[in-house]
Design a protein around this ligand. Structure first.
Ligand SMILES: Cc1ncc(COP(=O)(O)O)c(C=O)c1O
Length: 448
């Protein structure tokens, strides 16, 4: 990385008595801070190492799906690299988060185990902790904000966790989790700024090295930085020549800002469809690891993330959530300087809200000219609609939705306006339809 010197200097700056981590509640699309009081005046030394990650691998191997890391012909052609997709969206709970959560659970002392664990999250971390705690008979409490959609509450509950609904937002839920951890002696499992969690996430890096030994670069999304810290440590300590590139949403580049400033900075709340990486403040431990091991951090905007979700779905039959598609978004939009390289791209989560997915799909179809909505003005007499649909049928447009409006202010009295949504074959087909309507004397406008 060009400002490596700056990064190294910034490692020395970590004097905070109040450590504030941030994590995103899954589907509320706004970032959420976690307030954790620590006694330390200095950031503790990082204890994440290759041997810790190897030990984590030994521990979790049996219970974590060895996700494929297969070459994608589509993305290889599209980007001019040899692209491998590491599909951790296929984990049982739909995200890599199980790795860190399980490593933490398996390193508890017998006493800690018997008391149980607690986490605050409405997203992938909640499910990872809940699922593996359930499997290993460890009592788990998950604190979720009162606004958490019922579907998320039920999914987490179904893994056997006890759900505590508390607070208007993630901050309040997290404060409650920390308070409960003290009150009941439960072990608080941080979503990213915990060495044992980071080592667990790093197992994905080891798997990539085993699956594609000649890999030259790895691209990973960054939220709080736990995933990339572990993966980058595993990769760089095994082969320092492999480049590791992080990706953040342009609306919340918390790690990029932390790197530039030399310490974590709290960003203003912002909404992003990559809710899994909507983290307003980088971790202290993760910052130090990113400074040490990550070569570059690039940003992607909302449109790029949405397009990547769509491309993954259409071309690869892979369902990714925003955070899971961010890394491929960076590659296809040439945010990295990679060219002709063997690149592993982390597709690390697939838990996307179906209504968000349907909006993304619809927008994608509109953008590609495969869906169009026209408002056509018609005389209000029997047979007028029949004539119009005849023209559309002649040009092979498939009507999927219609809505009539006689009161619409732009319509002459005695006329009516109809909004017709049609499946089309692309921009040329739409131009053909518009010309046909004009040639038949229809007043019309494109509204989608
Ligand atoms: C799907 C997905 N990708 C990436 C991340 C980012 O992980 P981290 O916060 O460790 O950087 C998350 C975090 O929840 C996630 O759920």
């Amino acid at each position: 990385m060009s400002n490596r010197g700056l990064w190294v200097c910034s490692k020395l700056i970590a004097h905070h008595s109040l450590l504030i981590g941030y994590q995103q509640s899954s589907r509320i699309l706004m970032s959420k801070p976690i307030l954790i009081r620590t006694k330390a005046a200095r950031a503790p030394e990082n204890r994440v190492s290759l041997s810790e990650i190897q030990a984590a691998m030994g521990r979790i191997r049996e219970s974590i799906y060895l996700s494929p890391c297969a070459r994608s012909e589509n993305f290889s052609q599209l980007t001019g690299n040899s692209v491998y997709l590491k599909l951790d969206n296929l984990q049982r709970t739909g995200a890599f988060k199980e790795r860190g959560a399980l490593n933490k659970l398996l390193t508890l002392t017998p006493e800690e185990r018997s008391r149980g664990v607690i986490a605050a999250s409405a997203g992938n971390h909640a499910q990872g902790v809940a699922y593996h705690a359930g499997k290993h008979s460890v009592r788990a409490q998950i604190v979720m904000p009162l606004t958490t959609p019922l579907i998320k509450v039920s999914a987490t509950k179904s893994y056997g966790a006890e759900i505590v609904l508390h607070g208007a937002n993630y901050d309040e839920a997290c404060e409650e989790a920390v308070r409960r951890s003290h009150q009941y002696g439960l072990t608080f499992i941080h979503p990213f700024d915990d060495e044992v969690v980071i080592a667990g996430q790093g197992t994905m890096g080891l798997e990539i090295l085993q699956q594609v030994p000649e890999i030259e670069a790895v691209i990973a999304p960054i939220g709080g930085g736990g995933l990339i810290s572990g993966v980058a440590c595993a990769i760089k300590e095994s082969n320092p020549r492999v480049r590791v590139i992080g990706v953040q949403p342009a609306r919340l580049p918390s790690m990029k800002v932390a790197i530039a400033e030399g310490h974590p900075v709290t960003l203003s709340p912002a909404a992003t469809i990559a809710d899994g990486i909507a983290v307003r403040r980088a971790g202290e431990k993760t910052l130090a690891l990113v400074q040490k091991y990550v070569d570059d951090i690039v940003m992607v905007d909302e449109e790029e993330i949405a397009n990547a979700i769509l491309l993954l779905l259409e071309r690869e039959k892979t369902l990714a959530e925003g955070a899971g598609a961010a890394a491929i978004a960076a590659l296809i939009n040439h945010k990295t300087s990679l060219n002709g390289n063997k690149v592993a791209v982390l597709v690390c989560g697939g838990n996307i809200d179906v209504s968000l997915l349907s909006r993304i799909m619809e927008r994608g179809l509109v953008k590609d000219g495969r869906l169009v909505r026209l408002r056509v003005h018609l005389p209000d007499y029997p047979g007028a609609l029949h004539r119009l649909t005849g023209i559309l049928a002649q040009h092979r447009a498939n009507i999927v939705e219609t809505s009539y409006d006689r009161a619409y202010y732009g319509v002459n009295l005695g006329d009516t306006a109809i909004d017709i949504t049609m499946e089309t074959r692309g921009p040329d087909h739409i131009t053909e339809l518009l010309s046909a309507l004009s040639a038949s004397g229809y007043v019309h406008e494109r509204i989608l």
